[in-house]
Design a protein around this ligand. Sequence first.
Ligand code: RNT
Ligand code: ZN
Length: 421
Amino acid sequence: MTEQERITKAYELAKESFKKWGVDVGEAIKKVHAIPISLHCWQGDDVTGFENPDAQLTGGIQATGNYPGKARTPEELRADLDKAMSLIPGEMRLNLHALYAETNGEKVERDELKPEHFANWVNWAKAKKIGLDFNPSCFSHEKSSDGFTLSHQDDEIRDFWIRHCIASRKIAEHFGKELGTPAVTNIWIPDGYKDIPVDKTAPRARLKDSLDKIFAAQIDKAYNLDAVESKVFGIGSESYVVGSNEFYMGYATANNKLLCLDAGHFHPTEVISDKISAVMQFVDEILLHVSRPVRWDSDHVVILNDELIAIAQELVRGGYLDRTHIGLDFFDASINRIAAWVIGTRNMRKALLFALLEPTDYLKQLEIEGDYTSRLALLEEMKTTPFAAVWEYYLMSSNMPVSSEWLKEVKEYEKDVLIKR
Ligand code: RNT
Ligand code: ZN
């Protein structure tokens, strides 16, 4: 039996198993393929960017490890992204940080960045027929060295970061116009105190004022969508973070912005899957930073764990896919970076497929009827219904290498390209 025959046969049988529960597998495959996932450029080079090759990552986030072969130039990063994307099925986008500007060796300050500094990225995205998303980079800079940016007490510094965020929105607007799909511009800042502050109010008031200034100019939502990302703590901001959850929840609700939920930005027993249906009552759209915190906001590669599945289930069960922008946010420098992208992104889509293969309406019916016994029994049955056969068939039919075949390609690329860097 050829691999193709085996996969097809297993799929045909799996289809029958799912049919028993009233699930249309073909429909689920079609749906999962069309869900855009925004791949974060920064897994490719440990959040370094091209502003300065010796840049130190600051802002209380960390990429640990020194696996060989990290991308050092835009060309290398794009080649690595091409490789990763060639192994990931379904609709993709690319999420860029301002740090990834190309200035031809010229020093361009962040508040001076313009669409032209991203021309190569736009051309690359056009050729791949994908959308771009964007982020101002409010870290790894001398003007953020004391841990404050948009909430800085020094107006000169605060204005610099306001101008940077305004410039970023204009760049994103340009992406939206050029690529025919709105760019999500996400603002995350590291601002906070290591130790307990006396005045928790003033920085938050300044942050609110900064955001009002940044968002003062209306940009057509067909081109740019603004998101704000909260956090509970960072390295060096353990006691107080200016942009906390309540702060941004309030800001996004009051100002009709997207709320970004990062899986690593809450207390360790809190999960973002449980927050989606709550915040969706108050904001039109959300951005997800799908990540995997291990003991802290460690940004480990996303695996197919309970929380990832729960996130996907919430999006499907709540009918929230159209109002959710799925982005990834992890950076592991201790393993092959392309494999990290492929593993994490495939897992995101795997979780979505798993969720789409659920007889949700039937489960909801059982719940309404108070038949919690059947609800629990069926949910457990679904865990071992032959999902893997559907996943493999989906990969095969979208011309992607199945099981560990993709890893061989990554290893070859490592030998031929990465190791030589
Ligand atoms: C930091 C935030 C933020 C960054 C990226 C690089 O804790 O999660 O989203 O990881 O913007
Ligand atoms: Zn994040």
